[in-house]
Design a protein around this ligand. Structure first.
Ligand SMILES: [Zn+2]
Length: 364
């Protein structure tokens, strides 16, 4: 055992790891998409496990309400108003200085995700909205790289490791004599739910352990993938409720059963190509950003969204629009929603901030 690896002794005792597995981890690169409740746990564990390079992409800053569950951060990060990606990088430097961390403070969208993911072997999902998830799924399928989905809200969590065709499992596939490919996220969930229909941690809350257990599941799957143990990757959708103690397992089956998937069967990468999802337009001189869905949703239930947002601030609602006056961490935002899913966020001229406010309060 080389002295470089001494700290990993307990992990290398595991037969599936050994010195060879540890060397594989050192030569690996993982992209963390979002460094919140899931991402901060994943970064911590992957750095401790000895993944050589971690790219952390997140657009938000550490806030007091994050500390209940985002274990990598502390009150000092809040006081310094550090971006999460930067705070995470500083923590990892103290935890495992051998790990190279690239911190990217940016909104993840179709114009930059391919560049962000350059060199990454696996994508770990710490995202808070469907649009970005389907974008990551598009890139995973297109570039044949694994993508480990995860989501937690309330007391529930879900996770699934997407192994697209050709995603580095070639040696195992040859041995197994068949394909290891799994369904992709669009096979599993179909079209993204209309805006405003998904619960978010900001509107219904989240229990810390629900997020932590999902993130640790994601890390375990990522370690299996990176050490070449593709055969051990779970083939079912993890779907847990820590409050009711339900842990049902859904079997998504073989990818061949999902012959109509536009992404992994038809190879249409609508999100990556910028044909699906939302576009953001900065409204010059008005300190506002307009968000518009490229594929117009059927209709948005403004009354239901108004009900949820009423806990956050003053609401003006009619059948034609909903306006919410939100005070968040010293900033005032005016969020206007229209039945066709269009939204206007006043109080910022940064599309990333506008997307963040929308994703957290409305659900995208
Ligand atoms: Zn698919």
């Amino acid at each position: 055992m080389t002295s470089d690896f001494a700290r990993y002794h307990r992990q290398m005792l595991l037969p599936a790891f050994g010195e060879d597995g540890q060397a594989r981890l050192r030569n690996s690169c993982v992209l963390i998409l979002g460094c919140g409740a899931l991402g901060s746990v994943a970064v911590d564990m992957l750095a401790r496990a000895g993944v050589g390079h971690i790219i952390i992409a997140d657009r938000d800053f550490v806030e007091l309400t994050n500390l209940q569950r985002q274990v990598l951060f502390d009150e000092d990060d809040v006081a310094r108003a550090l971006p999460k990606a930067i705070a995470a990088k500083q923590k990892i430097a103290k935890i495992n200085s051998a790990v190279r961390v690239t911190a990217v403070v940016d909104d993840i969208n179709h114009t930059n995700i391919e560049r962000l993911a350059s060199g990454a072997d696996v994508f770990v999902d710490g995202l808070d909205n469907w649009e970005a998830r389907y974008l990551a799924n598009d890139l995973a399928v297109k570039s044949a790289r694994p993508y480990v989905y995860g989501a937690a809200v309330g007391t529930t969590g879900m996770s699934f490791a997407v192994l697209p065709y050709g995603s580095g499992a070639a040696e195992w596939e040859t041995r197994a004599g068949g394909s290891l490919a799994t369904p992709c996220l669009r096979c599993l969930f179909g079209e993204a739910p209309p805006p405003g229909t998904s619960a978010t941690c900001d509107t219904v809350g989240v229990m810390g352990p629900a997020a932590a257990i999902v993130a640790n599941f994601q890390v375990a799957e990522t370690l299996k993938i990176l050490t070449g143990n593709f055969g051990q990757v779970r083939r079912t959708l993890l779907n847990i409720d820590l409050w009711t103690n339900e842990i049902p397992q859904l079997s998504p089956g073989k990818v061949d059963n999902h012959s109509h998937c536009p992404c992994c069967r038809e190879r249409q990468f609508d999100y990556l190509d910028g044909k699906a999802g939302s576009s953001a337009a900065v409204l010059c001189g008005r300190n506002a950003v307009q968000l518009r869905h490229r594929q117009r949703p059927d209709s948005v239930d403004l009354a239901a969204i108004a009900e949820r947002l009423s806990k956050h601030g003053e609401i003006i609602a009619s059948e034609f629009m909903l306006r919410a006056f939100i005070k968040e961490h010293g900033n005032d935002y005016e969020l206007t929603l229209f039945p066709d899913g269009r939204a206007m966020v006043k109080g910022t001229d940064d599309p990333g901030v506008a997307r963040s406010v929308y994703a957290r309060l409305v659900g995208a």
